[in-house]
Design a protein around this ligand. Sequence first.
Ligand SMILES: [Zn+2]
Length: 349
Amino acid sequence: MEPQPKRLKGSQFATDAWVAYPVLSEEQSQEVELMEAFAVPIVNKKETSRLVRELNSLYPLNDLQHLKRVRACKEKGSPHPLEVLVCLVSEAPHMKLLSLHSLLPSGDVRHDGLGDPFVVRVPARPPLTRPQFELASKHWPTSFHEDKQVTVALRGELFSSPQKAAMHMYMMSAIAAAKAGGEMGMEVVGAVVVNPETQTVIAMGHDCRGDHPLHHAVIVCIDLVARSQGGGFYSFDRYPACRFTSEASDTLENVADAERRSQPYICTGYDLYVTREPCVMCAMALLHSRIGRVFYGTTSADGALGTKFKIHSQRDLNHRFEVYKGVLSNQCENLMRSGDNIQRLQEHS
Ligand SMILES: [Zn+2]
């Protein structure tokens, strides 16, 4: 099995050359959607709390709890200090003329202290990330329950130097496996499964679809993990770069038995490092095997963990996992290019 990562100096691994960014869900990645709403200037600040109270009972912001009712007018020279949100344009279909009387005709809201209404675009959904929050706030003040880990991850600063050194080494193992497979005429893709708790490499493998169309590197690795736990369907013994280790193998037999009984379901809590973004089949296999996190080097046109789909963050599936891309991105991209060259040479020979 591969040697376990040692705490070597970061420079030796050139960990500065790459950044691991999170692959977030569709909701976290999408543009800020805007809706049209009516707002009114508050020309007399003293009326604000009454106006907010009356507007809240007439037009409660039920599905728009993320929006602040009142915003300050920061622009210099603004004749009024504040503006108040009244309702969505869709909530006032009776509006024929844009006037205070047609917007608030019922007498439920006294017009004292209000100016002429206007249309403003407000964020339709609560922001989920800091970039979304910053964009949303440009339109109308919005509350934001920040997930600090996501913010740090989006800056590419989630992993410490020692963590990056270990990640670097694991991806290097995946690249080595990919090259070994490439030399045997397989697609140049490699993968490694790691237990991050014990920093143990459980399995490493490469694409083997030369002898079975479904034996993508990820499938090979998952099967090798299953074999390390006494299961598995296939044998990759003829491929020296496809290997597994049993975490319990070094312990006393009775301890090993106890560990085997308490072993997680295939990949629970494990990390996968793969040189190229997995396809739909591999992403679903990772989901079913309960993988903890996936790190990939470079994207793939039909990739299912960010490019074409985001299977890891589907709400209606029964397991979700974190995905990071960009680990050793240049080397992984070069690997794909070298794979193209090998294929071209084979086609021409
Ligand atoms: Zn695949």
